[in-house]
Design a protein around this ligand. Structure first.
Ligand code: UD1
Length: 313
């Protein structure tokens, strides 16, 4: 078995690589990553057990060479940020759309059995209905949301037109160890972690009453592994969340409680392209993939905080 993880040096990708290595059987795990947002150190203690290629999904020839003959591809490589897609629309378009197309084309031509595609909950946009169900009409609000949605459509069309098996998973606000808190585009939980450990106030954009289905990364790894195997899932789309909805104010309160500190947050203006509320209906993934998110929000926060604490030393 040859399994390729694009974006395998990223936050979610590197967790998936660990999940794959932990499975029974002798699969060879190949990571394709250009280290633009991923980090080599995310693979430190597993490096001797994988094949790493510093390659860019915008480079079709490179992708083709690495995917040829693979059994399975997890396509996680992307520039995963709503605000970055607003400030750098061309770059994010090229990576998130052209890159996804290259991966699908190379997979189809290279005889890959199935591609699991990392889609995004941002596709739902700001429609009032909650929780979000896969059948809802997408209303993307940012270039990033459009880009990830185009990849989903391409995946389904590659299944219908060319017979390549694909499964698209709309990830909802994933957090956990190895999420990078240091960029202006970092996911909010990683930013909160860094602030908490420094005993600094984080900045919450807007009133903090916006909510997200914050999902611990190991749940998403489990979902990816199941999506790769489930019969009958090809050509389909599934939400990947927990099914809960937590406001930013609640998230920061919970973290203060865990750490036993009291640090009132700062508030800045609301962020452009922001969705107000987000929550997944995960019944389809439960039914078809046997997905059961095992780690709830607070437990996920504890695990993540422990990792950040150890890294800080
Ligand atoms: C979005 C997508 C998600 C996607 C992710 C990629 C939605 C609902 N979710 O997440 O599917 O994979 O982009 O990055 O569209 N915030 C602060 N302070 C900070 C940083 C962020 O208050 O320092 C706020 C943001 O304004 C937002 C919330 O925290 O309201 C979450 O932001 P972020 O972690 O960037 O993720 P989303 O944009 O929700």
């Amino acid at each position: 078995m040859r399994i390729v993880v694009t974006g395998g040096a990223g936050f979610i990708g590197s967790a998936l690589v660990r999940g794959l290595l932990g499975q029974a059987g002798a699969a060879s795990v190949v990571v394709l990553d250009n280290l633009l947002t991923g980090k080599s150190e995310n693979l430190d203690e597993v490096r001797s057990r994988i094949e790493f290629h510093d390659a860019d999904i915008r480079d079709y020839a490179a992708v083709k060479g690495l995917l040829a003959g693979a059994d399975l591809v997890y396509h996680l490589a992307a520039i995963p940020s709503v605000p970055r897609s607003i400030s750098e629309p061309e770059l994010t378009h090229q990576v998130n759309i052209n890159g996804a197309f290259n991966v699908l084309l190379a997979a189809q031509r290279g005889g890959v059995r199935r591609v699991v595609y990392a889609a995004s909950s941002s596709a739902y946009g700001d429609t009032p209905a909650l929780p979000k169900v896969e059948e809802m009409t997408p209303t993307p609000k940012s270039p990033y949301a459009v880009q990830k949605l185009v990849g989903e459509h391409y995946a389904r069309v590659f299944t219908e037109v060319y017979g390549l098996e694909t499964v698209a998973l709309r990830f909802f606000n994933v957090f956990g160890p190895r999420q990078d808190p240091s960029s202006p585009y970092s996911g909010v939980i990683s930013v909160f972690m860094a602030a908490l450990l420094d005993h600094r106030a984080p900045t919450i954009y807007g009133d903090g009453e916006q909510s997200r289905d914050f999902t611990y990364v190991d749940n998403i790894v489990e979902l990816c592994l199941k999506a790769a195997q489930a019969p009958g899932a090809s050509g389909r789309l599934y939400n990947g969340g927990v099914g809960a909805r937590i406001t930013l104010n609640e998230a920061w309160r919970t973290l203060q409680k865990i750490e036993g500190v009291e640090i009132p947050p700062l508030h800045g203006p609301p962020r452009e392209g922001d969705v107000r509320h987000s929550q997944a209906d995960i019944s389809a993934a439960r039914r078809d993939l046997g997905y059961r998110p095992a780690v709830d929000f607070e437990e996920g926060l504890r695990r993540t905080l422990e990792w950040f604490r150890q890294r800080k030393g």
